[in-house]
Design a protein around this ligand. Structure first.
Ligand SMILES: [Zn+2]
Length: 229
């Protein structure tokens, strides 16, 4: 991270903390959650790699502790991509407090189906992409809400408007963020050129690697030398 990124990140964390303060009244639980999210963010690391790995993870083999870790990783993933608006205005759809609310409901259990759903939606699209089809995701349209007739209240006669995005679900927020990350990082994705492997992989840098691992690169090199390929 550059100094600039660190500064941006810490101001971002301060903003997040402020919002979360408003959401969670239990300070102890809030401190725990913050610490857990920070750790989860370290585990996520490279977001493109994490997405591919998560999409093909065998959830049936993940125990409860690892599952809770995974849930926090999803949250940290979303959080790291979230851009707080410069001007905070009421009526603006804020996915972050919403996500926090969902993820802080319970430390285990309540969001299992969310993890499963997010994974299956990702895997479906990765499968399509590996087959040469589009990555496709339709973003939900914001809901417009306004009253036609003016209301009388102690403050006077006024219109009541609400441009909230209540119709946007957590899976939609997550899939939207994943789509943004993949669109930005797609040049790092490849299919291993070792015909006996063919696994999808994420390279360190864009348009560089042909093989998913040094093992596959060596396999092709050795067999080419022997005239087998
Ligand atoms: Zn390979």
């Amino acid at each position: 991270m550059t100094d600039q990124e660190i500064r941006e990140y810490s101001s971002f964390v301060r903003d997040v903390s402020r919002w979360v303060d408003e959401i969670l009244t239990d300070q102890k639980r809030f401190a725990e959650l913050k610490r857990d999210v920070r750790r989860a963010e370290k585990r996520v690391g490279d977001k493109a790699k994490w997405l591919l790995k998560f999409a093909y993870l065998d959830l049936a083999k993940v125990n409860n502790i690892a599952f809770n870790d995974l849930r926090l990783e999803i949250f940290a993933f979303a959080l790291s991509e979230y851009k707080p608006p410069k001007e905070f205005s009421t009526g603006f759809f804020e996915p972050l407090p919403y996500l926090f609310r969902v993820f802080s409901l319970s430390r285990l259990g309540s969001t299992n189906s969310l993890v499963d759903f997010f994974q299956s939606e990702l895997r479906k699209r990765f499968d399509d992409s590996i087959q040469g089809r589009w990555w496709e995701y339709r973003r939900p349209a914001p809901v417009e809400r306004f009253r036609i007739f003016r209301r009388r209240s102690p403050e006077g006669v006024h219109y009541v408007d609400n441009t909230g995005g209540d119709g946007i679900s957590v899976p939609d927020i997550l899939l939207g963020i994943a789509t943004d990350v993949l669109k930005r990082e797609r040049e790092r994705f490849g299919i291993c050129q070792n015909l006996r492997c063919g696994n999808p992989f994420v390279a360190e840098r864009k348009n560089r690697a042909k093989y998913c691992s040094p093992k596959c690169a060596a396999y092709v090199r050795v067999n080419r030398k022997r005239g087998k390929l």
